[in-house]
Every structure is written in C-alpha cells, then in structure tokens.
Design a protein around this ligand. Structure first.
Ligand SMILES: [Fe+2]
Ligand SMILES: [Fe+2]
Length: 167
C-alpha cells in the first residue's frame, strides 16, 4: 500500500540555493547549528525541522508575493530555544507556551531581526500564544510548522511501527 510521506527538499535546485542565500548568515552561526544536537519530533533534529519549515515557508511566501526573505529567516529561528524539551529539567514551565519567547530572546541576542521575523518566532504556536499573528508571513510559518511537525511524527511512528512489526 502506498503511504503518504512528505518529499525531502531538493537541495541541489536553483530555488534551494536562492533560499540558502537568504539564511546564509544565520545557518553559519554556531548557536544555530547547535540545534542539530536537539531532537525535536520523532528522530528529526530541531535544526532539520527548522530548515524544512524555513524552506517551505519561503516557497509559499514567494508564490503568494509575500516577504519570503523574512519568512525564511523567521522560519529558521522559530524554534531557536536551545534545549532538549524532552528533558523536564532543561526548561522552566510549559515548553509549548514558553518556547516561542525563549527562541525570540535567543534570536535577538545573536541577530538583528525585523518586526516580521520577530512576530513569526513569537506567534508560531498560535493559538497557544493567544496574541494573533500580525503578518501574513507569520500565518504561513505557523501553518507550515504544523504541517512539517505532523509529517515528522507520522514518519517516525510508521518507521518504528514497521520495524517492530517485522520482529
Ligand atoms: Fe515551536
Ligand atoms: Fe517548529
């Protein structure tokens, strides 16, 4: 039976190279790269998840005539909270509610961000964050974030389900 899976990004395409130019300074930063060590969903690292969200948001915003540069940059930093949320002692309070503000604080510590990028990071968990996103780009990123998270969890569940059912 054919199972639905999300296609991996074609990292050799011209569009992907253009996307990488938008986030060049961010993706070279050592703190941003440290997201690679934290598992986000299933077996997807926080860095991998954030890069997928950034790239798909970039494509959608470009198609819609929106600020794709801010979408790519905000998307890459939207989960820049820098801890393993699976470990309770690594953070204070409820991760789901608090991490957008921690990510925003970290991002503004290392980079100069515009108001769209800040809104993208701080509102990406809406409606959990109560305050409505201010920009169309923020809505794109929050929807793409949910889309990527869904497939990361499903793919991991299918992988573990099929590997245990073979034994
Ligand atoms: Fe998040
Ligand atoms: Fe996310």
């Amino acid at each position: 039976m054919r199972r639905k899976t999300r296609k991996k990004e074609n990292t050799n395409s011209i569009e992907y190279k253009k996307f990488e130019m938008c986030i060049n300074d961010l993706s070279e930063n050592i703190e941003v790269n440290s997201m690679e060590q934290f598992i986000h969903h299933g077996n997807t690292s926080c860095f991998e998840h954030s890069k997928s969200v950034a790239y798909i948001s970039y494509l959608v915003c470009k198609k819609l005539g929106l600020d794709y540069n801010s979408a790519a940059r905000g998307g890459l930093l939207h989960d820049f909270y820098l801890y393993d949320w699976h470990i309770k002692s690594s953070h204070v309070g409820l991760h789901g509610f608090n991490h957008p503000h921690i990510a925003s604080k970290n991002a503004q510590k290392y980079f100069s961000l515009n108001k769209i990028e800040i809104d993208i990071i701080e509102k990406h968990m809406w409606p959990l964050t109560f305050k409505l996103p201010k920009y169309k780009e923020s809505f794109v990123v929050l929807l793409v974030d949910k889309y990527c998270s869904f497939f990361e969890i499903i793919q991991f569940r299918n992988k573990t389900h099929f590997s245990t059912s073979k034994n």
